[in-house]
Design a protein around this ligand. Structure first.
Ligand code: NAP
Length: 270
């Protein structure tokens, strides 16, 4: 198996990365930055987002695993002092087929402009927000007008991303085995002209939602930690990605609800 490491850049993450390279060299595990089979993210959940987007075109062939060098992460669930243990488990696997994998659904975004269509994937969420003025957009569900939105913005999250920005917006925690996306409002304005549901909505895999922003509106779009400013968007189709999932290598069980409890409530029963 070939590996690569993506690290946050702080001193602890760098030291752990150096240590992993030494262990891998001793075990004869080759490093391949272009075409790894397994990518070790050392840092936080933000580091895993960077790793995901670096290899977003190779999701079929790559499994991710994360060590957190800050607080417990959702994607980075190994502690720094467990590096040698994790490395030994990784080295005991010789082919990618032997890895125990969990797969999580992703958000797929299709942006239509006057000149074409572009497709993007997000691990956590896609957001669109107005710049300087409120975002004004029509939201359709399954090709039918649902509501007229006016406010700060709209967040479309994956189940894995439900614990991130979505949570701050009052969205529900969604188990990543559910193939769904969640639409959450960011500070909607409600009056007689602009009326929104006011609650997050969860759509199953076979549903889609289309967002039609007011023409030539200047907006800030985000895919996880990546931002782009756009004023050429005609519509945005959001759905569960049909042909792509993210794969995480699991070397021990760590149930999603235990992560939620440990991250947000604080009981550590291990
Ligand atoms: P950041 O602003 O430096 O950090 C955002 C925080 O979100 C970090 O504590 C990060 O954990 C945590 N996080 C990321 N993914 C998570 C997940 N799936 N579940 C629980 N927590 C998660 O930004 P960043 O590190 O570049 O990450 C971008 C992400 O930040 C976006 O995808 C968005 O979800 C989140 N965000 C949240 C808010 C908010 O809650 N108000 C606002 C903007 C963006 P680590 O410290 O382990 O990296």
């Amino acid at each position: 198996m070939k590996y690569n490491v993506i690290e946050r850049g702080d001193e602890i993450s760098k030291q752990l990365t150096d240590r992993f390279h030494v262990l891998a060299a001793q075990q004869g595990m080759p490093r391949d930055e272009e075409n790894p089979d397994i990518v070790l993210s050392i840092g936080g959940d933000g580091t895993m987002l960077q790793a995901f987007h670096k290899y977003v075109q190779q999701l079929d062939t790559i499994a991710f695993v994360g060590i957190h060098t800050g607080h417990l992460g959702f994607f980075a669930d190994w502690k720094p002092d467990e590096l040698d243990n994790l490395a030994a488990l990784m080295f005991s696997v010789t082919t990618p087929e032997e890895l125990r994998i969990v797969q999580y659904p992703l958000v797929e975004i299709e942006i239509t402009t006057g000149t074409g269509v572009e497709t993007h994937l997000a691990l956590n969420e896609f957001t669109l927000r107005g710049i300087e003025v409120s975002l004004v957009a029509q939201l359709h569900i399954n090709d039918e007008m649902f509501e007229m939105f006016r406010g700060d913005g709209i967040c479309i999250s994956s189940p894995a991303g439900s614990t991130a920005y979505n949570k701050s917006l009052g969205g529900a925690m969604v188990h990543p085995s559910l193939e769904a996306i969640q639409v959450a409002e960011i500070a909607s304005i409600n009056n007689r002209v602009y009326r929104t549901l006011g609650s997050p909505v969860i759509l199953p895999k076979h549903h889609h939602c289309d967002i039609y922003p007011k023409a030539h509106q200047n907006m800030l779009l985000s895919l996880d930690h990546l931002y782009m400013q756009r004023s050429d968007v005609v519509s945005i189709r959001c759905r569960v990605a049909s042909n792509a999932k993210v794969k995480f290598a699991r070397f021990r069980p760590f149930p999603f609800w235990n992560r939620v409890r440990e991250a947000f409530i604080g009981y550590d029963v291990k």
